[in-house]
Design a protein around this ligand. Sequence first.
Ligand code: ADP
Ligand code: ASP
Ligand code: MG
Length: 405
Amino acid sequence: MARIVMKFGGTSVGDLDRIRNVAARVKREVEAGNQVAVVVSAMAGTTNQLVKWCQDLSPLHDAREYDVVVATGEQVTIGLVAIALQAIGVEARSWQGWQVPIVTDNAHGKARVESIEGAELIRRMEEGQVPVVAGFQGIETARNRVTTLGRGGSDLSAVALAAALKADRCDIYTDVDGVYTTDPRIVPRAKKLERISYEEMLELASVGAKVLQTRSVELAMKEGVRVQVLSSFEDKPGSLVVDEDEIMEKPIVSGIAYSRDEAKVTLRRLPDRPGVAARVFGPLSASNVNVDMIVQNIGADGSTDMTFTVGRADLPRAQDILNKAKEELGFEAMVADPEVAKISVVGIGMRTHAGVASTMFKALAEKGINIQVISTSEIKVSVLVASEYTELAVRALHTAYGLDA
Ligand code: ADP
Ligand code: ASP
Ligand code: MG
């Protein structure tokens, strides 16, 4: 007997037949004698629609109200999954974030989980009931408001719940049957990885491989939660996320990821003096706008150009903040370009091998793809390119690093 958290993403609960399929899978685990807690996302497309409604009403909408709106998607699916379970004779009860409670900080729209009260859920699981918990949402207790954990946040809900319930496994059921060398929807020749290290998965997630949300991997690594990614539609072994020393073969590049959720901002002719970077990025971070790649040119005649990327959803906020500070910062012009994509190659083998970046630059050059910004870390190289080249770049790199199946 094991205690398992089973998480089902948006496509897996996309219609009533799929919800019945989820219920049947849960029933199988329960009948095998396991204690099961379920975490679900909103039905496919729902969260996008809810986000769009907020944006259409006001691009600089109040983040607290945004959370009230976007958290509703998961309320629907927990109820439906509980009904579907009850209909096939499995005792089940739905739980919203505040009911558990899943307590978060107050960073609305991308809140961090602070604690989860697991005792009551454990008691019920021991009595044979299946808690069906809303992914993506929590509550911040200072103002008693609903929060959400950032896009893809149901993965984090599942891992955090698995840690709180001391579960033996956290199974992430999705619309692909595991973690691949790159998005199998873009590169049909991508290979399924039987195992991937927490570190590589974390890096891949953080640069756009949305099969697992970044913070969920971070937490799984910290808490030692055994995460498995598998298909909700097929009975096939999935991919396990494990410690590095559980992996025999260590290729130099394990995976390639892309992100279209980026926007590039350039501040032209910014005064080149100490403290200017702090004055640009301080207010952005104070408003929860994450800045990723940064390049500052060598200054000439006392001024410099500064280019950086922010999440595309944060672009209006970033522009607003910088425009308001234009006088104080003293730049001449701000140019924003949302039509960019970040392409990254990741692998722990990079720690000990040179030449990874030059292979990347050569492969992109051969396809005539211009690189706008470059950034590197210990196990990753990322480049920013025009978004129209996303697929071409990913495929070219997949071939260049010998990853094609
Ligand atoms: P869910 O709704 O179940 O959370 P997501 O859409 O968030 O599903 O994540 C699954 C998707 O992640 C897949 O459909 C696939 O297109 C994409 N993906 C991106 N990179 C990878 C990768 N390296 N391996 C597997 N899937 C990937
Ligand atoms: N429904 C949320 C989203 O679409 C959370 C999730 O699916 O993980 O971002
Ligand atoms: Mg997801």
